[in-house]
Design a protein around this ligand. Structure first.
Ligand code: ADP
Length: 495
C-alpha cells in the first residue's frame, strides 16, 4: 500500500474514531483535535487550536491534570484518568481515557489524549446505584421480615423486621445457616430433605405459596409464622427469598373468635332447644287443661243444686286453678311464638271507644277488688289486632290491681298525642324503683323485693312489649316506689 494511502487511512480513522483525540505541544497548547472532540464539546477547530488544553478541563481538575501530565511530559507513561471537559455552552462532559507523551519527528515531545464520553455509562451507573439504594431501603423497611438464603441455606440478607421477629441482628446471622437460626430441631431434617429434593429435581412444594409454620426465637421460644418463599436463579446459583410475618397474635385472635363463635352457636342451639321444648310442652299441656276445665265447669253446672257443698267448693277451686294454669300455658306459648318469630298479628279497623269500654268492662268482672275508672276516652277508628291489644290492656290493668292491694282505684285514659293514640293505666300501689324500671319488659323479669309477696311469672310485660312493637308503637312506665305506677303505650295513627 502506498504511503499516501496510509496517511489518508489514519486521517480517516483519526476523524471517525468515537473517542475524543487531541495532540498538544510541550507547552500544553492544542495543535490537533479530531472531529469527535470538536462535535462533543461544540467548538470549531480554530477555537481550539493554539489554546492550552488546561482551558478545556474543569477548574477543579486542572491541578491534578497538570501534575500528572504536563509536569511529567518526558516520562513516556500513559496515565488513565477520568476528567470533566468544558463544553462551549459551559456544561461539562464526563470522559475517561488516557493521556501521555509521544515523541514525534525524533525529538519533539507532544502530549496526546484519547478519551471516551462516559456520560451515558455514568448515568446508568448512577441509576443502578439509586435502584440498589431504593431496593435496600425497601428491604430494610419492609413490613415483613425478608430473608435471602443461598443453596447452602446460608443467610445473605436479613432485614430489620427479621431482627425484630427472630431477635438476631444481621451481624449475628451473617453466613450462618437458616436451619440453625429459625427452624426448631424436630423440623430441621425435613427442611434439609426438602431443599435437597428441590436442588435435585427443581420441584419445591412449599415454593411460591403462603404456609404457616413454627419458628424459633433467639431466646428459644417457639412461635407461629406465615412464610412464603420465592426462588430465583442468579449466575447458576439458586437464591431463596422468604417473606415472613409473626402471626402469634393473629392466631390467638382467630382462636378466640372461633371459640366465641362456637359458644354462640352452642348457646343458640340450646336456646332453640329450650324454645322447642317450651312450645311442645305448652301445646301438650293445653289439651288436657281444656278438658279438665270443661269437665269441672260441667260438674259445677250439673251438681249446682244437688251436690254436696264441700264437693262444689272443691270443683270451684279446680276451675279457678285450671284458669290460672291455662293463662300461664297461653303466655308460655306466646313467649315461644315471639322467640321463633311466629307471633303474627292480624289487624282490622276498629271503632276504638266502644272496643275500649267493652274491654274494660270485661276486665272489671275479673277484679272485684278494684274499680277501674275511665278518666278520658277518645272516639276514633284505628287499625289494631283487637285480641292481642286486649291482652296488653288486660295485662296492664290486672297488674295494676295485683300490685296495689288495698287501693281501690285504677285510672285509665285514652287520648291522642303527637299523632298517636295514647293509653295509660295508673295505679296507687307499691310502685317500682328506677333501677328496675328499665328491666321490667325483659323476659321472666320480676322485681326482686316483691317476689315473695305477689305471684307471677314475669312474662306479661315481655309479651305486651312485643305486641306493641308489632303495632309500631311504644310502651313505657313512670313510677315511684310506694306511690304508684303509670304504664302507658302509644300507637301511631295512620293518616
Ligand atoms: P308478672 O306480674 O306475672 O310477674 P309481668 O311481666 O306482667 O309479670 O310484670 C313483670 C314485673 O313488673 C312484675 O313481676 C312486677 O315486679 C313488676 N310490675 C308490673 N306491673 C307493676 C305495677 N303495676 N306495679 C308494680 N310493679 C309492677
Amino acid at each position: 500500500m502506498a504511503k499516501l494511502q496510509f496517511a489518508s487511512l489514519y486521517q480517516d480513522l483519526f476523524q471517525k474514531s468515537s473517542d475524543l483525540i487531541y495532540f498538544a505541544n510541550s507547552d500544553g497548547e492544542i495543535e490537533i483535535a479530531n472531529n469527535t472532540l470538536l462535535n462533543k464539546l461544540g467548538y470549531t477547530l480554530p477555537e481550539v487550536v493554539g489554546n492550552p488544553i488546561l482551558n478545556f478541563i474543569s477548574p477543579s481538575e486542572r491541578i491534578l491534570y497538570k501534575k500528572i501530565v504536563q509536569d511529567r511530559i518526558n516520562d513516556g507513561i500513559d496515565y488513565t484518568l477520568e476528567l470533566s471537559l468544558i463544553k462551549k455552552d459551559g456544561s461539562l462532559l464526563l470522559v475517561e481515557g488516557y493521556t501521555g507523551s509521544i515523541i514525534l519527528n525524533d525529538d519533539d515531545v507532544y502530549n496526546r489524549g484519547v478519551f471516551r464520553d462516559i456520560t451515558v455509562q455514568k448515568k446508568s451507573d448512577k441509576e443502578k446505584e439509586d435502584l440498589i439504594t431504593r431496593l435496600n431501603l425497601f428491604l430494610q423497611n419492609a413490613p415483613e421480615a425478608v430473608i435471602i438464603i443461598d443453596e447452602n441455606q446460608k443467610i445473605k440478607e436479613w432485614n430489620l423486621k427479621a431482627e425484630a421477629i427472630f431477635g438476631h441482628t444481621k451481624e449475628e446471622v451473617k453466613h450462618r445457616s437458616l436451619n440453625e437460626i429459625m427452624i426448631p430441631h424436630r423440623y430441621r431434617d425435613a427442611h434439609n430433605k426438602g431443599m435437597a429434593y428441590f436442588l435435585k429435581t427443581g420441584d419445591g412444594p412449599v415454593l411460591n405459596k403462603t404456609i404457616e409454620v413454627i419458628a424459633i426465637h433467639k431466646t428459644g421460644y417457639e412461635f407461629s409464622i406465615s412464610l412464603s418463599i420465592s426462588n430465583v436463579k442468579i449466575e447458576d446459583e439458586w437464591l431463596f427469598i422468604a417473606f415472613i410475618s409473626d402471626i402469634t397474635e393473629q392466631k390467638a385472635i382467630k382462636e378466640k373468635t372461633e371459640k366465641q363463635e362456637n359458644e354462640l352457636k352452642q348457646s343458640q342451639l340450646l336456646n332453640e332447644k329450650k324454645n322447642d321444648f317450651l312450645s311442645v310442652a305448652s301445646h301438650e299441656l293445653k289439651t288436657p287443661l281444656t278438658t279438665i276445665k270443661a269437665f269441672s265447669q260441667l260438674a259445677l253446672m250439673v251438681g249446682k243444686n244437688k251436690a254436696d257443698p264441700t264437693i262444689l267448693s272443691y270443683l270451684e277451686k279446680i276451675n279457678t286453678q285450671t284458669s290460672k294454669l291455662t293463662h300461664l300455658v297461653n303466655e308460655l306459648l306466646d313467649v315461644s311464638r315471639i322467640q321463633s318469630g311466629k307471633m303474627i298479628l292480624s289487624k282490622t279497623l276498629v271503632d276504638f271507644e266502644p272496643y275500649f269500654q267493652e274491654t274494660i268492662n270485661n276486665i272489671q268482672l275479673t277484679i272485684p277488688t278494684h274499680k277501674i275508672v275511665i278518666l278520658e276516652s277518645v272516639p276514633l277508628k284505628i287499625e289494631i289486632d283487637s285480641l292481642h291489644l286486649e291482652q296488653v290492656i288486660t295485662n296492664l290493668i290486672t297488674n295494676a290491681a295485683k300490685y296495689s292491694p288495698g287501693k281501690e282505684i285504677i285510672e285509665v285514659t285514652s287520648t291522642i298525642q303527637n299523632n298517636s293514640l295514647l293509653i295509660s293505666v295508673k295505679d296507687y300501689g307499691v310502685g317500682i324503683s328506677s333501677k328496675d324500671q328499665g328491666s321490667l319488659f325483659g323476659k321472666f323479669y320480676r322485681v326482686e323485693e316483691i317476689i315473695n309477696d305477689f305471684s307471677g311469672h314475669g312474662i306479661g310485660l315481655y309479651i305486651s312489649l312485643e305486641i306493641i312493637k308489632q303495632h309500631k308503637g311504644e310502651i313505657w312506665v313512670e313510677s315511684e316506689q310506694n306511690t304508684g305506677s303509670t304504664f302507658s303505650f302509644s300507637l301511631p295513627l295512620t293518616k
